[in-house]
Design a binder for this molecule. Structure first.
Ligand SMILES: C[S@@+](CC[C@H](N)C(=O)[O-])C[C@H]1O[C@@H](n2cnc3c(N)ncnc32)[C@H](O)[C@@H]1O
Length: 327
């Protein structure tokens, strides 16, 4: 299936591309955003993606747009390092997994397609199979509860622990079957949906990436530059919302989230024009079901210095870096 760029018109409107400017498309994917941005003005786009499989598509854009486009294979959390001292006019992020990744059975993202239980966007590090075969029941419960918002997390985790006593769980089909048997089929959505989502977020450290990506974007945006984020998960949207709020509003007295020690020194590093997230238009919702959970937020960088990190933005959930069972 072709990847349909979600909320593209809204992204272009927030971006207001101009000739000569430089933009970072931090989640290149199938290049839908990059190409539309390159077409809309004589600007430069630096595409980032941690998935080496996007190279072919990127080379088409390099051919067509020559020096106006380049791809760097990197997680977007490193955008400040890979760009060196270059400052940019916008950073656009379209978080999550692409339709191409979901469609390739051998990537192991989908419970609908039989394949190895992999789920790694960057094709390196521990796999989802390593996770379900090694994590404790307690950690799996928290991962399913927090990243998957799965109400029956305990039952799902118990069924995995029970099943792995008879041998390793190696494929998407095996895991989907285990979860389906444990949770049963009730509504329209497959019972393994939330468990698969939770494992994908955990394996790819998606919330850690978003957190570090926002911090990095704050460092590389020029004054007047735009931060534009499309997210698909309530935890991600909450993180973006809190991030821009804390960077744009003076903290109330006694706030435990105050990013600076001296309240009087608060200089907002972002300006936000909209209070609530922008949602996809009705036409897009009918054309593309994947856009259903999309939320867009954007903010304008001021000339104030970047704040320090703010770890309290991260949800308190197990993180992949805390485990040492990489294959
Ligand atoms: C939803 S798709 C982006 C689609 C793109 N906007 C388009 O129009 O074609 C997300 C892409 O971002 C990549 N990605 C996700 N998280 C990433 C991260 N932390 N760093 C770099 N790339 C990431 C994925 O590999 C995937 O290719």
């Amino acid at each position: 299936m072709m990847h349909y760029p979600v909320m593209l018109q809204e992204v272009l409107e927030a971006l207001q591309a101009k000739d000569g400017e430089i933009y970072v498309d931090g989640t290149f994917g199938n290049g839908g955003y990059s190409e539309a941005i390159l077409k809309s003005s004589s600007c430069r786009v630096v595409g980032l993606d941690q998935d080496p499989n996007v190279k072919l598509r990127a080379s088409e854009l390099t051919k067509e747009y020559d020096r106006r486009f380049e791809l760097i294979e990197t997680p977007f959390s490193k955008m400040d390092t890979v760009l060196g001292s270059e400052k940019v006019d916008a950073v656009v992020l379209d978080i999550g997994v692409s339709s191409m990744q979901l469609d390739q059975a051998e990537r192991g993202f989908s419970f609908m397609r039989e394949g190895p239980l992999d789920m790694r966007m960057s094709v390196s590090g521990p796999t989802a199979s390593d996770a379900v075969n090694n994590l404790s029941e307690k950690d799996m419960i928290r991962i399913f509860q927090i990243y998957g918002e799965e109400k029956r997390a305990r039952r799902a985790a118990q069924s995995i622990v029970h099943a792995r006593e008879n041998g390793k769980i190696l494929t998407t089909g095996e895991l989907a079957g285990i979860i389906e048997k444990a949770l049963g089929r009730t509504g329209k959505i497959h019972p393994a949906t939330r468990v698969f989502q939770a494992l994908r977020i955990f394996i790819n450290d998606e919330l850690g990436e978003l957190y570090r990506g926002l911090i990095a974007a704050e460092k590389i945006l020029k004054p007047g530059g735009r931060l534009i984020v499309v997210s698909f998960h309530s935890l991600e949207d909450r993180m973006v919302k809190k991030f821009v709020r804390r960077r744009s509003e003076r903290p109330s007295k006694g706030s435990r989230y105050m990013p600076l020690t001296e309240e009087d020194d608060f200089h907002p590093s972002f300006q936000v024009s909209q209070r609530s997230a922008i949602l996809p238009a009705a036409t897009e919702l009918t054309e593309n079901v994947r856009s259903r959970s999309a939320r867009l937020r954007w903010a304008i960088r001021t000339s104030a210095p970047a704040f320090n990190q703010d770890e309290s933005l991260m949800p308190k959930a197990p993180q992949i870096h805390d485990y040492r069972w990489a294959a």
